[in-house]
Design a protein around this ligand. Structure first.
Ligand SMILES: C[S@@+](CC[C@H](N)C(=O)[O-])C[C@H]1O[C@@H](n2cnc3c(N)ncnc32)[C@H](O)[C@@H]1O
Length: 284
C-alpha cells in the first residue's frame, strides 16, 4: 500500500534536489488531503440551517447550464493551443513549469480551476447575486468567464500581472461576448489598493493568485475594508502549502469572519453577523 501510494511521487527523486523537495511537498499534500477526508462531513452532519441550505442549493447542486458547455469548449481549445507566450511570473510561481515562455495548452492545464470549481462559483454567484465582484488571478480567464456568466448585469473586475496572459484572457472574454468584465493588468501589490479605491463595496472576491501567506493576508485585509454583511470571499488552494494553511487559519480567526467552509481545494468565507462563528469542513 505504502509503495503503491508513494512510488509514483518519489519517482522524481532522481531528478535532483529540486525534485526531492517537490516530492516531499506532494507527500505532505497527500497527507493533508487524507486528513481532510477523515474530518469532512456531508449535509447529514451539518446542523447550521444556513450551511445546510447552501449545501442543498449550491455546493451539491448538479444543475447544468448551456454556458457551461461553451466554457468547457473554450477550455478544450486552450488545452490544444500550441501558441507560446512570454510569462511574467509572480507570487509563488508555478511549481510545475518555471520557464519564462510557455504554451497556452500548458498554462490552461496547470493554472485554470477545474470545471467542478468554476461551476461551484457560478452557482454561488447565482445564489448571492453579488453586484461588485473581484478576482485576483485571471490567467487565461477560465474562472473569470464562469463567474462573469453567472452575473451578466454585475461588474467583475479581474486582476492579472502578466500582460501577455491578460491579453489572451481578453480575447477569451470577447469570444464569449462578455461585456461585464474589466481586466486590470499589473502586480496586485501595486494595483489592488487603487482598484479598491474605485469601488464603494465588494460583494464577492475570488483570491487565486500569489499563494503565499503574507500577500494572501495582505490582499484579504485590503478587501475587508469594502465588505458588507452578505459578502462572500473564496480562497483558492488553502491547503496547498504550510504557508497557505497558516493564512487560512488567520482568515478563519479574523473577527469579521463568521462562517467558513473548507472544501479542501477552496475555502468559502462569510461575514453574516446573524450566524454564530463556526468553521465547517465539508466533503466536496
Ligand atoms: C492560478 S492562476 C489563476 C487561474 C484562474 N483564476 C483560473 O482558474 O482560470 C494565478 C494567476 O495569478 C497571477 N498572479 C500571481 N501573483 C500575482 C501578483 N502578485 N500580481 C498579479 N498577478 C499575479 C499569475 O500571473 C497567474 O496568471
Amino acid at each position: 500500500m505504502y509503495s503503491i501510494f508513494l512510488s509514483p511521487l518519489c519517482g522524481e527523486l532522481e531528478w535532483g534536489c529540486f525534485s526531492y523537495f517537490r516530492c516531499v511537498n506532494k507527500i505532505r499534500f497527500v497527507f493533508r488531503y487524507l486528513r481532510y477526508l477523515l474530518k469532512a462531513r456531508t449535509r447529514h452532519g451539518t446542523h447550521s440551517p444556513f450551511v445546510y441550505n447552501l449545501l442543498e442549493e449550491v455546493i451539491y447542486d448538479t444543475s447544468h447550464f448551456y454556458v457551461f458547455d461553451e466554457i468547457e469548449s473554450l477550455r478544450e481549445k486552450l488545452l490544444r493551443d500550441e501558441r507560446t507566450i512570454n510569462i511574467k511570473d509572480y507570487g509563488a510561481g508555478s511549481t510545475i513549469n518555471s520557464s519564462p515562455t510557455r504554451k497556452l495548452k500548458d498554462i490552461a492545464g496547470n493554472s485554470a480551476k477545474a470545471q467542478k470549481y468554476g461551476q461551484l462559483m457560478f452557482r454561488l454567484i447565482q445564489k448571492f447575486k453579488p453586484q461588485t465582484l473581484l478576482e485576483l488571478g485571471t490567467s487565461l480567464g477560465i474562472s473569470t468567464v464562469y463567474q462573469a456568466s453567472a452575473a451578466p448585469k454585475s461588474k467583475l473586475i479581474t486582476m492579472e500581472g502578466c500582460p501577455e496572459t491578460a491579453s489572451v484572457a481578453k480575447q477569451n472574454f470577447e469570444k464569449l461576448k462578455l461585456n461585464n468584465v474589466e481586466i486590470v493588468v499589473g502586480n496586485f501589490d501595486e494595483t489592488l489598493s487603487s482598484t479598491l479605491n474605485t469601488i464603494t463595496k465588494l460583494d464577492y472576491v475570488f483570491f487565486d493568485g500569489n499563494h503565499r501567506k503574507a500577500p494572501t493576508l495582505d490582499y484579504f485585509k485590503q478587501c475587508l475594508t469594502k465588505i458588507n454583511n452578505d459578502s462572500v470571499f473564496i480562497f483558492d488552494d488553502i491547503h496547498w502549502s504550510n504557508e497557505m494553511e497558516e493564512a487560512w487559519e488567520e482568515i478563519k480567526a479574523n473577527p469579521s469572519v463568521t462562517v467558513t467552509i473548507d472544501l479542501f481545494f477552496v475555502g468559502l468565507v462569510f461575514f453574516r453577523k446573524e450566524q454564530k462563528k463556526q468553521d465547517f469542513i465539508i466533503r466536496f
